[in-house]
Write a protein that binds this ligand. Structure first.
Ligand SMILES: [Zn+2]
Length: 95
């Protein structure tokens, strides 16, 4: 999955409230293929128990938790995504 797509997916998880705090730095994330547990460590790094994270060290679930904890990051992603959809609409209007 390209990074852009992953960021979009993570943003979607946050917006749809599919990220739930279940305990001390522990989150339940309801993904498309199952519910995963994301743990945020003291140093701010995140860990997810999904197969994608095990393979690549990153995934949309852990990104979603990072966004949830960094409002400025969430804001800039929101801006990027609305800009991208504006562009898509302009292109559609031209056709
Ligand atoms: Zn994951």
């Amino acid at each position: 999955m390209p990074l852009d797509r992953m960021i979009e997916k993570a943003y979607d998880l946050v917006e749809k409230r599919r990220v739930e705090l279940i305990g001390d730095g522990m989150y339940n994330v309801v993904g498309d293929h199952g519910t995963y547990t994301v743990a945020q460590k003291i140093d701010g790094t995140v860990d997810c128990n999904c197969p994608g994270f095990a393979r690549r060290g990153k995934c949309s679930h852990s990104l979603a938790v990072m966004m949830l904890n960094q409002p400025s990051l969430l804001k800039s992603v929101r801006r990027e995504i609305s800009r991208a959809s504006d562009r898509a609409e302009t292109e559609r209007a031209r056709m």
